[in-house]
Design a protein around this ligand. Structure first.
Ligand SMILES: [Zn+2]
Ligand SMILES: [Zn+2]
Length: 373
């Protein structure tokens, strides 16, 4: 399932502010809400689309991830980017919108998850032949050493909030004409966390985290392609109280190679030979990506002819046989021939009965793109 561009869905620019996004969402959600469009499947789809888009753009982390990776979810755990997408979208936000904050408050204690971190590694085309290990260094928020993550000076344990008893929210019962109505709101004392500290840690100012340089060895599978992203769950930023660690996203850059062009598992390269080699046949050693290959050019080889070497390409991502290497022949026509050479060439032409090459016209472009299939 691919996700539509959430900016397009909401009709906002890429630089739209949170307020712009919210107001665009509200306008569209009102228009396409199922209550306003009963039995209208198109409106329902549109409504889901709007919700999905808003889910991404209203969450700064998801938005940043979309901007960077073109998907709000990131790849599957330990896997690479495939389809992805933000899913059908919950109705939580729309209920918040229509019924005030009550639905939101029932979600329980506020927690703060660690941030997702993006970093990158650089590989040469040759590196792609086998799985590789690369050390990546990045800055992440880590548990504060001074307070052991509690946020309290000297590492004192956090105290349960007395206002909400640790629940993170306060419930009020109001008597109305339809009976008792319970409303829950985020606890104003602890901001929904459920615990408090008396004296904030001076190192981290109470957040429980300090930025630290982290180093991690990342395994990169053979056959990886430029632009792919590896997700390493739990290796991003340290979480706040009650939250979970963020993920690390490692984007892989495969450098362009000066000799080989890549198309998935296939490689392509060119080879210059002389007119005489093409006419008489020739044997050349060529350097493949990782091996020496013998190219036997038969007599009468035409320019543009492609020779294939099975298994001299790149392995597929999920294991298996390497693809092929395709070598396209370029025949070099001598330039600046001497008078002696010219004489021989004229003699050659005469012997060949050469008048005009016109009659050979037709179909000579065939095979030019053959290796690309
Ligand atoms: Zn601290
Ligand atoms: Zn509280």
């Amino acid at each position: 399932m691919s996700m539509k561009d959430p900016y397009e869905v909401l009709g906002v620019s890429r630089t739209a502010s949170a307020d712009d996004i919210k107001s665009a969402f509200r306008k569209l959600a009102r228009k396409f809400h199922p209550d306003v469009n009963p039995n209208n499947a198109d409106a329902e789809d549109k409504f889901k689309e709007i919700n999905t888009a808003y889910e991404v753009l209203s969450d700064p982390e998801k938005r940043a991830r979309f901007d960077q990776f073109g998907s709000a979810d990131g790849p599957n755990p330990g896997d690479f980017f495939g389809g992805g997408g933000a899913g059908a979208g919950g109705f939580g936000d729309i209920f918040d919108m229509f019924f005030g904050g009550a639905a939101g408050a029932q979600r329980g204690r506020a927690t703060r998850d660690g941030e997702d971190i993006a970093t990158s590694v650089q590989l040469s085309l040759k590196d792609v032949l086998a799985s590789a290990e690369r050390e990546v260094t990045f800055r992440r928020s880590a548990t504060c050493d001074s307070c052991k993550g509690t946020g309290a000076e000297g590492g004192a344990p956090r105290e349960t909030c007395s206002t909400c008893g640790g629940a993170g929210q306060v419930t009020r019962v109001q008597q109305t004409f339809i009976g008792a109505v319970r409303t829950s709101t985020t606890c104003p004392t602890c901001s929904g966390v459920g615990t408090l500290v008396k004296n904030h840690c001076r190192t981290c100012r109470g957040s429980g985290q300090t930025p630290k340089e982290a180093t991690l060895t990342v395994k990169i599978p053979a056959g990886v392609e430029d632009g792919m992203t590896i997700r390493i769950p739990g290796k991003g930023g340290a979480p706040g109280p009650g939250g979970v660690s963020g993920d690390l996203y490692v984007k892989v850059h495969v450098e362009e190679d000066e000799h080989f062009e890549r198309d998935g598992t296939e490689l392509g390269t060119g080879m210059n030979i002389t007119m005489v080699q093409a006419a008489l046949g020739h044997e050349i050693e060529i350097e493949g990506l990782s091996e020496s290959l013998t190219l036997r050019i038969p007599a009468g080889t035409q320019p543009g002819k492609v020779f294939n070497f099975r298994g001299a390409g790149v392995p597929p991502l999920h294991g298996g046989q390497r693809g092929d290497l395709h070598v396209q022949i370029n025949v070099m026509i001598p330039q600046g021939v001497t008078e002696a050479q010219a004489k021989l060439l004229r003699e050659f032409a005469e012997l060949a009965g050469e008048e005009s090459a016109r009659e050979a016209h037709g179909g000579f472009l065939e095979g030019l793109f053959k290796w690309k299939r």
